[in-house]
Structure formats: structure tokens, C-alpha cells
Write a protein that binds this ligand. Structure first.
Ligand code: HEC
Length: 145
């Protein structure tokens, strides 16, 4: 009964068209991470010359996006519809999903202020940060064929 009472106001909220769309909001943030990766991945692979300013900017972008992620607001139950590739497992394991997001947010906040001076320092920052992306996607994103 308690659950039902909680769910009703939520339903009323999600049917209000003027409110932000959590799928669109979280996707915009994830896409900004993808953009930052276009700078960071070639750098870590040694395919791009080390550009400390570009790296700091890309890490800053991830830190900024991560700080905006509020799991309760951006991943409300039932928001894995339409184009969403969010796995239903998110809502079955919300505590684990939230813990992973918190760990990522902490790594992103640290990386955003790291200002690595060279590629070795960058690698030490990038590894622990980027591991979070893949681990979460592996568990909580469905692959669309
Ligand atoms: C704790 C979980 C979690 C972490 C950490 C995470 N993501 Fe995601 N990401 C998701 C989920 C869930 C989706 C699917 C959202 C949806 O479609 O509703 C997603 C979607 C995406 C997408 C697809 C966006 C689109 O166009 O549909 C990209 C790109 C992406 N993430 C990049 C990243 C990168 C890069 C990082 C790390 C810097 C990262 N994500 C960290 C859970 C996570």
C-alpha cells in the first residue's frame, strides 16, 4: 500500500509534459561523456599528441556532467521505454546501480581537478575513471541488435 501511495504522485509528475524528460536529460549527459572520450581515448592510446589543455577540458566536461547526475531524478522507474537502452536490471538492483554511479561521480570529480601534466599522469587518472563507464554499461545497458 505504501508503495502505491508513493507511485501515484510520481505518475502524476511523469504525465506532465512541461517537465524535463529524464531519458533525454541522461542521454544528453552520456553523450557529452562520449564527446569527451573522443579526445581522451586517442590520447591514452598514443594516437594523439599529449595536449594538456584539451585533456583538462575533456576531464572537466565529464566532471561537470557527472555532478549533474541524480539517479532518482534521471532514472525514475519506468523510464526505460522508447529509444532507451537502459536495462530493467537498474530498477531490480537500484542500490548497486546507485553505488556504481556514486563511485563514478567521485572518480569524475577527482579527475576534473587533476590537471595531468603528461601522458603518464593522465593514464593514472584515466584508468580508474573510464573503468566505471564500461563496467556500468556491461551490467546496466542493453545491447540493441
Ligand atoms: C552507473 C552507470 C553508468 C556509468 C558510470 C556511465 N554510464 Fe553511460 N549509460 C548508462 C546507461 C544506463 C545508459 C543508457 C541510458 C538510456 O538509454 O536510457 C548509458 C548510455 C550511454 C551512452 C549512449 C547515449 C545515447 O546516445 O543513447 C553513452 C555514449 C555513454 N553512456 C557514455 C558513457 C561514458 C563515456 C561514461 C564514463 C565516462 C559513462 N557513460 C558512464 C549508465 C552509465
Amino acid at each position: 500500500m505504501k508503495k502505491l501511495l508513493l507511485a501515484l504522485p510520481l505518475l502524476a509528475l511523469t504525465s506532465t509534459a512541461t517537465l524535463a524528460d529524464p531519458y533525454a536529460d541522461r542521454t544528453a549527459i552520456m553523450k557529452s561523456f562520449g564527446e569527451a572520450m573522443k579526445v581522451l581515448v586517442p590520447t591514452v592510446k598514443g594516437e594523439a599528441a599529449y595536449d594538456a589543455a584539451a585533456v583538462a577540458a575533456a576531464l572537466g566536461k565529464i566532471g561537470e556532467g557527472a555532478a549533474k547526475i541524480d539517479v532518482a531524478a534521471l532514472f525514475p522507474a519506468g523510464s526505460n521505454t522508447g529509444e532507451s537502452i537502459a536495462s530493467p536490471k537498474i530498477w531490480e538492483n537500484m542500490a548497486d546501480f546507485t553505488a556504481r554511479m556514486d563511485k563514478f561521480k567521485a572518480a569524475a570529480a577527482a579527475a576534473a581537478t587533476a590537471n595531468p601534466a603528461d601522458v603518464e599522469a593522465f593514464k593514472a587518472t584515466f584508468g580508474p575513471l573510464a573503468g566505471n563507464c564500461g563496467e556500468c554499461h556491461e551490467n546496466y545497458r542493453i545491447k540493441k541488435g
